[in-house]
Design a binder for this molecule. Sequence first.
Ligand code: GLA
Length: 376
Amino acid sequence: MSKFAEVFGVEPDGVWRAPGRVNLIGEHTDYNDGIVLPIALPNQITISASARTDGVIAVASSGQNDVITFELDSLAPGSVKDWAAYPAGAAWVLREAQYGIGGANLLVESDLPSGAGLSSSAALLCASAVALLGLRDLEVDPAEVARLAQRAENQYVGAPVGLMDQMASMCCSAGHALYFDIRAMTTDQIPFDPAADGLALLVVDVKAPHRHVDGEYAARRQSCEQAAAELGVPALRSIAVEDLDEALTRLSDDVVRRRVRHVVTEIRRVEEAVALMRAGQLRDVGPLFTASHVSLRDDFEITVPELDVAVDTALAAGALGARMTGGGFGGCIIALVDSSTATTVLNAIEKAFAANSFTTPASLDATPSTGASRLS
Ligand code: GLA
């Protein structure tokens, strides 16, 4: 008997999936109307689902025996807690947006580590949304599902995140990075195939516990919004690199000045990285990764020793560029390397972690994968 039948007493009507992501460059620019460049990972959340007629949503996860149930009609922000808040938030936002979803049994399975900065929250929201919509044959534009998932995370779960992770989980395509311009709300698929150039993208989970990540994220966002208000612009995207020095003289607080410098220079680095990728000069993107890390470390101040050691070690072992990726305070680094040095770089990071008494890091398959879809 399938796990689904064991838990819910029926077979599923279908199976849906949504992937995690790593962002290549453009960190913390999404809520500043900036530009990001994520790829979807092979790691994903999978949801098997069957429709119910009683207006109840029942969720179970393959790792646990409990079934959590809630009524669609009584959902309100915060009404369901812990991991079930994500499927509940997806159901809540779809109802708020007047989509005709109904009750459902949902079994959640995952090979996407949570707490590793790979966007498992967005993947769970997106997988839940596509399953709930798919059960009723409702077709919704993937970017609209991403916006709804972000709204659920902001308003139902209460996390003030930007739109990158949900867009990556919904809109990435295999073999490509997703160029997503948040101000213009436009996307473009940028071919990304390091192996074709004799290169590899390494993703290393540094296994550092996320320390104070929620509060620090909100604080960074608030600093950026305060700066935009002081500068009289709708968002920091409005400040061009050429006008940065002048803008900085108009800000009173040194910390805020550094936060602004990160965002403004990072947006320029995304533009440069994309231009190089379009010109087939992927190797030359390496130094932009490294410059991005330095900016996140010194100006945005969201790295931790594990991230810095991993990046410094990768570079010393011959990486073309390396940086932290994701929200910060833990999570993963990415490194662009010649394929022939991939093992050397990974071994060097492992050795450096042992020497620093850090938890053993783990590397992940970074094959650019496709956004959320129905599996069966
Ligand atoms: C988290 C957020 C995203 C984005 C990144 C940083 O993943 O969910 O919206 O801000 O941090 O780039």
